[in-house]
Design a protein around this ligand. Structure first.
Ligand code: FAD
Length: 455
């Protein structure tokens, strides 16, 4: 009878949002799930975003891998498949009972300062991609002693910390690919400026990441003395949360007191608005010109590497209803207060589809609410989304078994990488790593993933 038909669900993206949704769905519903991933290998920013010295964060991939073992009859992975290119969103709509959008928001916001096309002006996401071993990513030049990082969020801190640790040879056991590790170790950088356009109370750092930078031995990391007054407790906004108090306290404790030591220097500067990037005769960045909005003066920061970490833009797949802010239209606006611990009404994660469409569409993670929040928050939210989906699907009588798109992909000769293939890659990478005393030695050329790997 109709009762026996198991729903078929497509998940777009295999990052934490997609995979934690699958985790709960497999528990709560009898659904069959196909996960589509653009990269040749799964797990999104866990593999290609999270910093290599945060291996404990990356451990969540063990849990994800287990899903494909324990529920091998109900969940399938299709890596190297781009929804919107290899298969259209509309084709998912016709071949699944429900779709979970979990494709993140990976497009970096641009700097838009004159001179930003100069050589060695790189986005944080490109720099992160490079040290995390994304195939074929371009190596930055690290042969100048001065680097400037624009941005006051965790990605800026990750970039600073990876440089700081890398030049001291402290990342050797991580999964930074060897040839990239060598470049970091031989880097000439001994001075980093982390530059924010607003004040020290406006930072989006989390306390753990900030503390890690202050703790890198061999580096003196400090807050510029000019920020001292702004960090006085009487200047803090009234009624702020405890975690903000602790963050401000930490910043205040590291305002430069006694003057520079012999260590390498990492200085946090605030209220500097980028005005211009000056290049040398070869077109390579040599100086960032900023306006100090505190003093109204222009200042020049010499640098041979400029990294800008201004956050990510959301984008919407073709065929998904979107609004003028270019986010997908959810039934209600996402209430960010869910990140303070109370996951509010799950209605938030339903995408408004035209009424004729019987396929349910949901969004979770960074593609639903923009690039904010850490993995734990994505996990909580995705569990709530899965709850919504399974409740919704229980209430509809499915008329027929939906076919999915595996055959369609085969007919198009899309060379997808299955979970079994990923495990071979995974084992090979770990094996290569072991020989070097590293947790993993990633493949960094695209051919190494897809060679003779037909579906
Ligand atoms: P993602 O992880 O981006 O996953 C989305 C996936 O969808 C990607 O694999 C992408 O390839 C895929 N995709 C995109 N488009 C398509 C398409 N058209 N078809 C198919 N697949 C597609 N959090 C922590 O808790 N700790 C950390 O240390 C930490 N470090 C971070 C460092 C960086 C540099 C960044 C950017 C983030 C970091 N975060 C960290 C935050 C964490 O990565 C996010 O909270 C989390 O990854 C969001 O999950 P997601 O699944 O929404 O997005």
């Amino acid at each position: 009878s109709n009762h026996k038909i198991a729903p078929r669900i497509a998940v777009v993206g295999s990052g934490p949002a997609g995979m934690f949704t699958c985790t709960s769905l497999l528990r709560k519903s009898p659904a069959h799930i196909d996960v589509f991933e653009y990269s040749p290998v799964p797990y999104g920013l866990v593999r290609y975003g999270v910093a290599p010295d945060h291996q404990e964060v990356k451990n969540c991939i063990n849990g994800f891998d287990k899903l494909f073992v324990n529920h091998s009859d109900r969940i399938k992975l299709f890596c190297n498949v781009k929804v919107g290119q290899d298969v259209a969103f509309d084709e998912l709509v016709s071949n699944y009972d429900a779709i979970v959008l979990a494709y993140g928001s990976y497009r970096q916001r641009k700097l838009q300062t004159p001179g930003d096309k100069s050589t060695n002006v790189v986005s944080g996401s490109d720099f992160v991609a490079w040290y995390n071993g994304v195939p074929n990513s371009k190596a930055p030049l690290l042969d100048n002693s001065e680097a400037v990082i624009i941005g006051n969020g965790n990605v800026a801190l990750d970039c600073a910390r990876i440089i700081s640790l890398g030049v001291l040879g402290k990342l050797n056991e991580t999964d930074v690919p060897l040839e990239r590790l060598k470049l970091l170790e031989n880097a000439a950088i001994n001075r980093i400026k982390i530059v924010g356009r607003r004040g020290p109370l406006d930072v989006s750092f989390t306390i753990k990441e900030l503390r890690e930078q202050f703790r890198v031995e061999g580096w003196q990391s400090y807050i510029e003395a000019a920020a001292r007054e702004e960090l006085e407790p009487e200047k803090w906004p009234a009624g702020i949360e405890r975690k903000h108090q602790r963050l401000f306290e930490l910043l205040r404790k590291h305002v430069l007191g006694s003057g520079p030591t012999d260590d390498k220097q990492c200085e946090f500067l605030f209220r500097r608005v980028s005005k211009e990037i000056k290049a040398d005769e070869n077109g390579r960045v040599k100086e960032l010109i900023v306006e100090n909005t505190r003093t109204k003066q222009r200042e020049a920061f010499p640098c041979g590497l400029l990294i800008y970490c201004l956050g990510y833009e959301s984008m919407v797949l073709d065929g998904v209803p979107k609004n003028d802010k270019v986010t997908c239209i959810l039934r209600k606006r996402v209430n960010m207060s869910c990140f303070e611990g109370t996951i509010a009404m799950s209605d938030y994660w339903r995408v408004s589809m035209p009424s004729a469409c019987s396929t349910r569409v949901y969004a979770t993670g960074w593609c639903a609410h923009g690039p904010q929040g850490v993995i734990v928050q994505t996990q909580q939210q995705s569990a709530a989304v899965a709850e919504t989906i399974s409740t919704d699907l229980e209430q509809i009588q499915l008329q027929e078994q939906k076919p999915g798109v595996a055959d369609l992909l085969k007919s198009r000769s899309v060379r997808y990488i299955s979970w079994e293939k990923w495990k071979q890659i995974d084992e090979a990478e770990k094996e290569r790593g072991k020989l070097q005393g590293k947790v993993r030695e990633k493949f960094t050329a695209f051919d190494q993933f897809v060679s003779d790997k037909s579906p």
